[in-house]
Design a protein around this ligand. Sequence first.
Ligand SMILES: [Cu+2]
Length: 611
Amino acid sequence: MTKSNLSLSRRRMITSLAALSGAAALPMPAWATGNMGRHGGAAVGKGIHELSGPKIDLHIADGRFATGGRSGHAIAVNGTVPGPLIRLKEGEDVTLSVHNMLDVDSSVHWHGLLLPFQFDGVPGISFPGIKPGARFDVPLRLRQSGTYWWHSHSGLQEQMGHYGPIIIDPAGPDPVAYDREHIILLSEFTPMHPHAIMKKLKVSEGYFSRQKTSASDDYPLSAEQRRMWGRMRMMPTDIADVSAPTYTYLINGHGPEDGLELPYRPGERVRLRIINGSAMTFFNVRLPGLPMTVVQADGQNVQPVAVDELQIGVAETYDVIVTPNAAGAFAIAAESMDRSGMAQATLTSQPGRKATFPALRDPPLLSMVDMGHGGMDHGGSGDKAGPAMDHSQMDHAAMGHAMPEASPASGHDGHDMGAMDMSGGMNMRDTSLLPASVKVGPGIDMVSMNPQDRTGYPGLGLEGVPHRTLNYRMLKSLAMDHHKRAPDREMELHLTGNMERYMWSFDGKKFSAVGDDPIRFGHDERVRVKLVNDTMMAHPIHLHGMFFELVNGQGHHQPRKHTVIVQPGSSATFDVTTDEPGDWAFHCHLLYHMHAGMMQTVSVAFPEGAA
Ligand SMILES: [Cu+2]
């Protein structure tokens, strides 16, 4: 884009783009104009076919998706769910043309791509959206390589199948050596309409949970612990808002019953590009019997690290290398974090040869550290969060009330009680702990008393497994950080919520529109952002338009990421150089959390003289 374009005010820019997107549609392929077109359309195919070249056309249309005896309305792109793989090369120019064949507005966000903000595809923030029947062109010069993805940023369309992968091959030699690659795009399908899901979530928290504790279950909880959780009106099994059986978990659009097979030859180094394109599900990914070497995170190369299992948050990507030396069949098992279901595919040396899949493991339980009481029972680092609570002396009253019986001396040997204000008892909602920037109100039902940095935590349920797991502190960028400088300033942002009312926000303020009160950055500032999670859920927080470097103790090799999981009751910190001017979305990538308002606009100033 030219200098003169940049000098347009944002308002004028959006106006001119609106005119552009209203332009008449070009001739379309038959499948895009035929029976795919409107509601109730034809059966959609399953991904993933590849598109490349200087001009890429995406046609968004209604269709019907089916897997394992379930079927329902879907949104397909170029006739499939997921939509096509967009395969590009660093340094090249491409025009991505998006054709909206739906009878409602749509959009495509290019997740992880560096581009001028007005092409980022977020209605209401970076552009007005694409009207029914309209086309929107995105001209790009690719300034990066790696594994990324694209998806709708309109309403809840992403849940219905509007997503697909992006691979950008490096201009020079790839530092990752491999003989074959497969995309592992994880997602969910449900015949239930996403608006119906949203409504049910609003009506009763826990509606979808089939894992509520009861007196007769066999979770390892004492009667005392059950009473405590009960008094707080929380459930230690509250892991996911929506789980199986609402969802069928998919790999490349294939449910477990579809028996997806991905081939290999013995001895090949197979690169798996794992993308979590789901709406609401964290997955624990493993191939039993086959170690994985992680080589890339969020499209950015990292120093190789060998693990046996990794947790991938919504919107994250990991590239791993596996090297099956003998003929056989390996399970690619992506178990949902709440262990209610599994996405499955077989890596096989022989067509028709199926792997045996591991059984679902017992659901994990939340602990005190997930409630923000990090220093109390886990010695500070929070790395070794135990599976259940050990606080027989504690007597939480109903949530938001104090716990007068607790005393520093009783039952907490060796634990750091200094961080707690015991004189006032333990308060689940001590809003005096919050900075003034946080709006206190019904949107906040919990305040983390002592949030710990838990970048060393492998993710819920993986702390006790008998093999190697990944955590953020193990990620070291392959290259030295070339523009590493000390932060000019620091800011703290709180992830807030009211589980029961399904309210989710940043700093207690539900996002409604641009201009509300954006987070403002100067041009080329270096900012340290600390995210504090005042809720009992892990939130995958995604920044558009810029990579940040996760503060994980790796100095000049802090990994660059676009999405960071902030663990329940914990904190995570990143540094960002704000060198991409414009308005960018910044939000929780759990779709229904974003929809409920856990989102903000980040407004980066244009360089002096350009605006
Ligand atoms: Cu969230």
